[in-house]
Design a protein. Structure first.
Length: 283
């Protein structure tokens, strides 16, 4: 029986672990499939307070991990595959273990959807990004592409025009899914160009050179062409990692865990959620 089990090891989970450990709750944190979370997919993090020269994403997460362990958090490198939260004590299952807990913190985050081509993972953090706020600054004076036609893509493209000289929005249809106001804002921006009915077939470049261009296919004509860009931002949505909580904790229409206003409480007393798993807005 544990006082607290924390599920997920991104900044939200590790912050919970630091505080819980310092409150003598002796938390058990189960890391999940991607230890450290989305920040381990980036390179230099320049906007985290306290690191004036920036810090590499994986190193920042390693520091948070060590900080939690210093206060006695127990961290297990495993993946939770099931939970039972409908009655006390709660039960959490990972590997072949069953652990009981008085409280559970859900910090499983969300995962950016990817296009599904091999090079996007190889070049993630080396010219490919899923976060304009995180990485836009590196593209001052450069040309970049954004994939997607929803509000996220419009927001990212508009934000990126602060740095880039040209932003090409590549969308697989010829109508945007984004809200009218976001569409109008993007369409009215002279730096944004739309590439309709088009999908990315290949990302050109290497981890050494970064992204040098894209091979794109027009899905109406099947014509292949090359687009010279220095970076690719993928903005085709996120999936909250909540599959194992479905039917147990209240989720919103998009699958994010519902928390009470100004709180990390879920609908189940003793079950809390923090970070991207309960935040579709700020991320
Ligand atoms: P979304 O609305 O689901 O849009 C995803 C876009 O990506 C769609 O245009 C979709 O194309 C495209 N797409 C999906 N999979 C693709 C693939 N494999 N290859 C190429 N394109 C693909 O996601 P979102 O833009 O992240 O928005 C999520 C929610 O957050 C929405 O409710 C949105 O309104 C909200 N949001 C609001 C704001 C704001 O108001 N400031 C900002 C961001 C997000 P199709 O159109 O062809 O399906």
């Amino acid at each position: 029986m544990r006082n607290m089990i924390i599920i997920g090891s991104g900044p939200a989970g590790l912050t919970a672990a630091v505080y819980a450990a310092r409150a003598n709750l002796e938390p058990l944190l189960i890391e999940g499939k991607e230890p450290g979370g989305q920040l381990t997919l980036t390179t230099l993090v320049e906007n985290y307070p306290g690191f004036s020269d920036g810090i590499m994403g994986p190193q920042l997460m390693e520091e948070m991990r060590k900080q939690a362990q210093r206060f006695g958090a127990e961290i297990v490198n495993s993946h939770v595959h099931a939970v039972k939260l409908k009655e006390q004590p709660f039960r959490v299952y990972y590997g072949d273990q069953e652990v009981q807990a008085k409280t559970v913190v859900i910090s499983t985050g969300s995962s950016a959807k990817l296009i599904g081509i091999e090079t996007e993972i190889q070049l993630m953090g080396h010219g490919v990004s899923t976060c304009a706020t995180c990485d836009g600054f590196f593209y001052r004076g450069k040309e970049i592409a954004v994939v997607g036609g929803g509000d996220s893509a419009m927001e990212e493209a508009t934000f990126l025009t602060k740095f880039a000289t040209k932003v090409s929005v590549i969308h697989r249809r010829e109508a945007l899914r984004a809200s009218k106001i976001m569409q109008d804002r993007a369409a009215g921006n002279p730096k944004i160009h739309f590439v309709w009915n088009t999908v990315v077939e290949e990302i050109l470049g290497s981890r050494e050179t970064g992204v040098t261009g894209l091979k794109v296919r027009n899905i109406k004509t099947q014509g292949i062409s090359e687009l010279k860009v220095d970076g690719l931002f993928i903005a085709i949505g996120h999936n909250p990692n909540t599959d194992i909580f479905k039917g147990q904790v209240d989720l919103d229409d998009l699958g994010y865990i519902k928390t009470q206003p100004d709180s990390t409480r879920t609908n189940i007393p003793g079950v809390f959620a923090c970070g991207d798993v309960q935040d579709p807005i700020f991320r």
